[in-house]
Design a protein around this ligand. Structure first.
Ligand code: UGA
Length: 488
């Protein structure tokens, strides 16, 4: 089936490549000539695991092409997806300029029946406005239906999320449009949920807000854990084992960031106010998220006493691992907070250095060429993004290179026992600090639990039938590096 996608950014490009992969003939459209030129010559403007190969394979098979012309796409395809940005405005509401412009452009070239699909994350009732706009600007009274089809992919695993989605939501009031949409999604062999257009639009904002709520819930708990000597990871395992709650998105840390959650929560608050039903709970979600970073910074400040002129290494700049996306990244904000307080910050990220440099996001930061390079002579290391690469670094070597071995782990990546045995003064989120053996810190460590039994993710049974959880791969790796400790 022929499909046109307007907007070749994150969502548009991944969606186009995956549609082509299952056999559709896809044309991706963008008004940025440089992007189209780059894509035509095989260059992918974003880092997303598996995407480059997927695009190359489907371009070679002539199932995926790129153009700057909306007319070309509308003429050739019965279904046109809109996947353009919906950025936030200063007051939190959504800037709908791009969607409105695309609706007008489609209207100006629409001649016969087309399904116009809104894939961008939009406020409820956008479908109605897109339909009104097309009707107003189309001179030939062309037939069309507007459908909402929200996207739930996560950056870093976008291809897998799209190829094997949990669910496909299609909001449509037209049988004719639904029949076409079902043909688009048939090859994915995933249950399709059909709703009205408004409900589909709401599902997207409601899902992202709920996930952000879960993160803020565990982060608020992490503050209580720190104040009471409890361990937030054990608390998360304990509540997450209840199937009604679930363990995912209960990882305490520096808070959520990225191009979606902060924008979508603000937008949902603004929409709820506009329709006269203010969603107060989401304001608290935002407040906790902001407070979490401030609490972390306070911990660094309280420990180091004075931040001015301290040499601080920061590992991580992207808003999460496996992406080069640094938009609304908590790590970037943290670096800027530290610089504002007069610290000398050296940062390193496996994929994010380039974009931080290109857009000058952290004026005054020194960007290191490796994780080990970043910690040379540092008085403190702050871990801001939980890249598995950081857990694989030789921590004994990190200890040797640092001026003073103090580590603030904003994502609870490392194993506390390993850190203690290596001689680090180790601070994490929602758990008591770990003193280095003989460091003189007050020891409020919990009872030590053998590493194999310590909890974090997948529940299993131990020999006594008590539920315990397995460590994730990267923590096991961090522990393994203990064996290479040079204690001389
Ligand atoms: C999010 C949603 O998960 C997707 O379903 C949705 O399609 C997408 O937004 C979107 O609206 O387009 P994404 O922004 O790629 O996807 O990232 P997530 O994996 O959801 O992480 C968001 C933030 O939450 C990150 O900063 C991450 O570090 C943080 N997070 C996540 C936590 O702090 N704790 C957790 O337990 C999980």
């Amino acid at each position: 089936m022929k499909i046109a996608i307007v907007g070749s950014g994150y969502v548009g490009l991944v969606t186009g490549a995956c549609f082509a992969e299952v056999g559709h003939e896809v044309v991706c459209i963008d008004n940025d000539d440089r992007k189209i030129k780059a894509l035509r010559s095989g260059r992918i403007p974003i880092y997303e695991p598996g995407l480059e190969q997927l695009v190359q394979r489907n371009v070679s098979a002539h199932r995926l092409s790129f153009t700057g012309s909306i007319e070309e796409g509308v003429d050739s395809s019965p279904v046109i997806f809109i996947a353009v940005p919906t950025p936030p405005q200063a007051d939190g509401s959504v800037d709908m300029t791009y969607i409105e412009r695309v609706a007008r452009e489609i209207a100006s070239v629409l001649k016969e029946y087309r399904v116009i699909v809104d894939k961008s994350t939009v406020p409820v009732k956008t479908g109605e406005k897109v339909a009104d706009t097309i009707r107003r600007y189309n001179k030939v009274n062309g037939e069309f239906d507007v459908v909402s089809n929200p996207e739930f992919l996560r950056e870093g695993c976008a291809v897998a999320d799209l190829m094997k989605p949990d669910r496909i939501v299609i909001g449509s009031n037209s049988e004719r449009a639904l029949a076409i949409m079902k043909r688009v999604y048939e090859p994915f062999m995933t249950p399709i949920m059909v709703t009205d257009v408004n409900s589909a639009e709401l599902i997207k904002h409601a899902a992202n807000s709920f996930l952000a709520l879960k993160i803020s819930y565990i982060n608020a708990l992490s503050a209580i854990c720190e104040a009471s000597g409890a361990d937030v990871e054990k608390v998360a395992d304990g509540i997450g084992a209840d199937k009604r709650i679930g363990r995912s998105f209960l990882n305490a840390g520096l808070g959520y960031g990225g191009s979606c959650f902060p924008k979508d929560i603000a937008a949902f608050i603004s929409i709820s106010e506009q329709i006269g039903e203010p969603f107060h709970l989401l304001r608290e979600v935002q407040r906790i998220n902001q407070h979490q970073r401030e609490r972390f910074l306070k911990k660094v400040r309280d420990t180091l006493w004075v931040l001015k002129e301290k040499r601080i290494a920061v590992w991580g700049l992207t808003f999460k691992p496996d992406t080069d996306d640094v938009r609304s990244s908590v790590a970037v904000d943290l670096v800027n907070d530290l610089i504002r307080e007069g610290a000398h910050v050296t940062a390193y990220d496996p994929k994010g250095n380039q974009k931080v440099h290109e857009f000058n996001l952290c004026p005054g930061v020194h960007l290191a060429s490796s994780a080990l390079d970043a910690v040379r002579d540092a008085e403190t290391l702050v871990l801001a993004t939980e890249w598995p690469d950081f857990a694989a670094v030789d921590l004994a070597e990190v200890h040797r290179r640092m001026h003073t071995p103090i580590v603030f782990d904003g994502r609870n990546l490392f194993d506390p026992d390993t850190m203690r045995d290596l001689g680090f003064q180790y601070y994490r989120v929602g758990r008591p600090p770990t003193k280095a053996n003989g460091s003189g810190l007050s020891n409020n460590d919990p009872v030590r639990i053998p590493i194999a039994m310590e909890s974090r993710t997948t529940p299993v049974q131990d020999s006594s039938n008590r539920p315990v959880t397995k460590r994730p791969r990267y923590l096991a790796k961090a522990s393994a590096s203990k064996t290479s400790v040079d204690r001389s």
